[in-house]
Design a binder for this molecule. Sequence first.
Ligand code: DC
Length: 216
Amino acid sequence: MSTPFRAVAIDGPAASGKSTVAKRLADSLGLIMVNSGAMYRAVTWQILQEGVDPSDPAAVVTALTDMEIIGGVEDGLSTITINDRLLSEELRLPAVNQNVSKVAAVPEVRECLVAMQRAYLEDNDLVMEGRDIGSVVFPETPFKIYIDASEEVRAARRSKDGEADAVAARDQQDSQRKTSPLVIPDGATVIDSSDLTIEETVKATCQALLARGWED
Ligand code: DC
């Protein structure tokens, strides 16, 4: 029997620091890092490109049916290509920030992207970060971390990055949607990063994984 690949699930609200922590962790453990939010952002960007109303779930589903979405890996990081266009900088545009929660609330969008996310584990040990990784994508993994930070700290981090992003509004929508809302997954270790440096947060995450039986 082949060894099952292992998944570290990192969830948390917007700008909690989870992407940076997930990347550092993946580098130090030799895993790939999969950014699931980038997939929801990519679909949102494409919807906006096509002039589709992101508030109209039926129109979003119709547009989704025509998209060719391909997830890849480059230099240990997940990539996302839609209709042959590799997306990167576009994903952080203010219009994407404003509309991504609406698109991510559409069950068919989630179904499609969750299947892509699970497929990454067929070939790789990985760290995946998002909102429903420990609760829905890999509920069976013992390696579940939830990274939190106060609303003030998260808003300050985003504006320091020079990004216009109403994190509180986005969190509210992400926590209140019907399908796979942002939750603390059952059994996850919660790390509040409000008063921690990135290094301290990574260290606390590593300690939690070791306590959960992670072996190199
Ligand atoms: O992690 P991020 O801020 O780049 O995510 C962008 C949006 O995508 C977030 O507001 C909600 C959605 N998302 C989601 O619904 N489920 C995930 N696993 C990851 C992101």
